[in-house]
Design a protein around this ligand. Sequence first.
Ligand code: ZN
Length: 138
Amino acid sequence: MSTTNYYSSASSSAICFSPHGVPSKCWCGENITTFTSKTKENPYRRFYRCVIAMKRENEDHLFKWVDEALLQEIRMVEEKCKLVAQDVNALRMEVMGTMKLHNINFKKMEDAMSKKIMKTVGVASVILCSIVWLWGRV
Ligand SMILES: [Zn+2]
């Protein structure tokens, strides 16, 4: 980190072309460094800028206040959290729907098994009674 007294405020063109959130590179390809403003308007306010921009003041390079970039970053994370929460909710609804369908199918299978068992027990009872009755006659 170094200090400078060049920048009193962000130029409007720099704001228009600034990437959202914390920048990692300037559009000239140079890495971004954090500098500290020493102006009356923004004393000790930190900003992002590439080293080339600090040497060549007349060129148009990325400029962004650190506090504004961090605020944008937090809002981006909040938006991502909302999307993740929506995805989780949609997934939960899908799983609950699938579980409900499985429960219905399981209940149908249980009923069908129950009917088959009752039918088998009924037939077996008739056969057993017939055998006992026939045995008794012999
Ligand atoms: Zn640059």
